[in-house]
Design a protein around this ligand. Structure first.
Ligand SMILES: Nc1ncnc2c1ncn2[C@@H]1O[C@H](COP(=O)(O)OP(=O)(O)OP(=O)(O)O)[C@@H](O)[C@H]1O
Length: 351
């Protein structure tokens, strides 16, 4: 059973004489232990969709089921209880400036049935978990952005939620701090079994920790799948655009084009993009090609990374040889599940 089951969610906002459809018939299933990345540009409807999970946003229609509970059937009191099982963090941290770090983390526990010493132990444990044990008496103004987000994470975990909703939680942070916060979320996922829904416009963040991805555009989920499938077989142009920002392919293509403008390809040369998934397939194949087919390969760009424990490689290379031999090489690579695409300066044609 999914931990979160959103079915056919629509959210519309009425504004004077017009109606804005923020979420358009979106359905989403999140399983226990998932880190589910939801990506899309600003205004795509990500926040609105995710806020329906804890009913911070009531859907205009559709059903919201969390841990088997129909959230829309609950009384206010019941909803308050269910909401405690869903933590949330935000881009701008939303801390209380007049409270210390300890006070901020203790805030959600003020009506909990805890003795003072139990509450102190709990807050200190949470601060330890997020690496801020020595900052309990500081005020938010005395903390860096990354530390503030750690406080917000500790506060979000105060009621031992099973789910954490993260709304652009790293968008205001620099790249190094972003990586540290993402690593913390990954640790909490692994150690506490926390299910995380991660809203972001940064594919890099999704790539770093998510196991599943949904892509949103104009209120709709246009594509979804495992991280590996989305990265290796994207179906939609928007998804490809997001992926290219995370793999630096766009930048590499610009550099390659500049290079080729200065040193154009010879008649017996072809520009080829080579992609592979899984260990040790492409490299040995590429190195054998000259011996087997008389085609030489000059790598202009190469990137290999591990996604969901699987190596994923991408190269841009110049293949040099007789046209028939190059075609044989391309066919042979394709037979070995190495995807090749002939590139032209204006675009790409499938090899
Ligand atoms: N309370 C509201 N009243 C009216 N329109 C709203 C409201 N909340 C959101 N919208 C509109 O709904 C659409 C989706 O907004 P939403 O914040 O969900 O997008 P998003 O993908 O999360 O973008 P961002 O990352 O910029 O927050 C936008 O057009 C937005 O202006």
């Amino acid at each position: 059973m999914p931990v979160i089951d959103l079915k056919n969610i629509n959210v519309t906002f009425k504004q004077k004489d017009k109606t804005i459809t923020a979420v358009n018939n979106a359905s989403l299933k999140v399983e226990q232990g998932d880190i589910y990345g939801i990506v899309g540009y600003s205004g795509a409807g990500k926040s609105t969709l995710v806020r329906t999970i804890n009913l911070l946003q009531k859907p205009s229609s559709g059903s919201v089921t969390v841990n088997g509970t129909n959230m829309l059937s609950l009384s206010e009191t019941e909803l308050r209880t269910e909401r405690k099982k869903i933590g949330m963090i935000f881009q701008h941290f939303n801390l209380m400036d007049e409270l210390t770090v300890f006070g901020n983390v203790a805030l959600p526990l003020q009506h909990a049935d805890l003795t003072t010493s139990a509450l102190t132990a709990k807050v200190n444990h949470l601060l330890d978990l997020v690496g801020l044990k020595d900052r309990a008496t500081n005020y938010p103004a005395q903390l860096s952005g990354g530390q503030k987000q750690r406080v917000a994470i500790a506060r979000a975990l105060a009621n031992d939620p099973q789910i954490l909703l993260s709304d652009e939680a790293t968008s205001a942070l620099d790249p190094r701090t972003t990586n540290q916060i993402l690593a913390l979320l990954k640790k909490l996922n692994a150690e506490l079994g926390l299910t995380i829904v991660l809203i972001t416009h940064e594919m890099q963040a999704v790539k770093a920790i998510a196991n599943k991805v949904a892509v949103m555009e104009a209120g709709s989920i246009i594509e979804r799948g495992s991280l590996l499938d989305i990265f290796t077989q994207p179906q939609k142009q928007l998804t490809r655009d997001f992926i290219n920002t995370a793999t630096n392919l766009d930048e590499a293509l610009v550099n390659v084009q500049t290079l080729l403008a200065e040193q154009p390809l010879a008649a017996d040369e072809k520009l080829v993009q080579v992609q592979y998934v899984g260990a040790n397939t492409a490299q040995p194949l590429l190195s054998k090609i000259y011996a087997d087919f008389g085609v030489s390969i000059n790598l202009l760009y190469s990137n290999m990374e591990i996604l969901a424990n699987t190596p994923v490689g991408l190269c841009i290379a110049v293949f040099k040889g007789k046209p028939a031999a190059i075609q044989t090489v391309v066919d042979s690579l394709n037979d070995h599940s190495v995807k090749t695409t002939f590139l032209t300066l204006g675009g790409a044609t499938n090899a």
